[in-house]
Design a protein around this ligand. Structure first.
Ligand SMILES: [Zn+2]
Ligand SMILES: [Zn+2]
Length: 165
């Protein structure tokens, strides 16, 4: 399985393959180490985030967000040209084709599993064992977003209470 994480030290994005067997990962750019929890895996795959230990992870299609929208917009753009020349059949066909391309992409593209809390990403076999994880849940996402905001506020309060010298 491949783990993608953003280094908390230097914000560099790292990809590490075969993380099941590593007790820790190291940032390529600043060499900062982060321990991974062995209890996050079982024989089938991950059951929790090995980075931050939460069991809340969600699934997302692994293609650039916006690509699907781009295809639909291009289809729409081309079809308006046919509309302009009062040629409705090809206009409909173009719309239908772009919708089909979107659908095929949706089913062909694999899923990526993402941690709600630390936003680590997991790809490859074992990243969604036995269909354990589900698409993004707004309520759960909001809970973790609030948590991030609170942590950020605490951090700011601390730095304003003890300004760095
Ligand atoms: Zn780093
Ligand atoms: Zn996590």
């Amino acid at each position: 399985m491949e783990l993608t994480f953003e280094c908390p030290g230097c914000r560099a994005v790292n990809n590490v393959r075969g993380v099941e067997s590593s007790p820790a990962v190291k940032c390529r750019s600043c060499a900062r180490e982060h321990a991974l929890r062995g209890s996050a895996w079982n024989a089938e795959g991950i059951v929790a985030c090995p980075w931050c230990a939460t069991e809340d992870l969600y699934l997302q299609k692994d293609f650039p967000q916006g690509l699907g929208l781009f295809i639909v917009l291009v289809g729409f753009g081309i079809s308006t040209v046919f509309w302009y020349y009062e040629n409705p059949v090809p206009a409909y066909l173009v719309l239908l084709a772009s919708a089909l391309i979107d659908l095929v992409l949706y089913y062909r593209v694999p899923d990526v599993t993402i941690c709600y809390r630390c936003l680590c990403q997991f790809r490859g076999p074992g990243s969604n064992p036995l269909g354990r994880f589900h698409p993004f849940d707004l309520a759960v996402g909001e809970r973790y977003r609030q948590e991030r905001i609170r942590i950020e506020q605490l951090r700011q309060q601390q730095t304003s209470a003890n300004p760095p010298v």
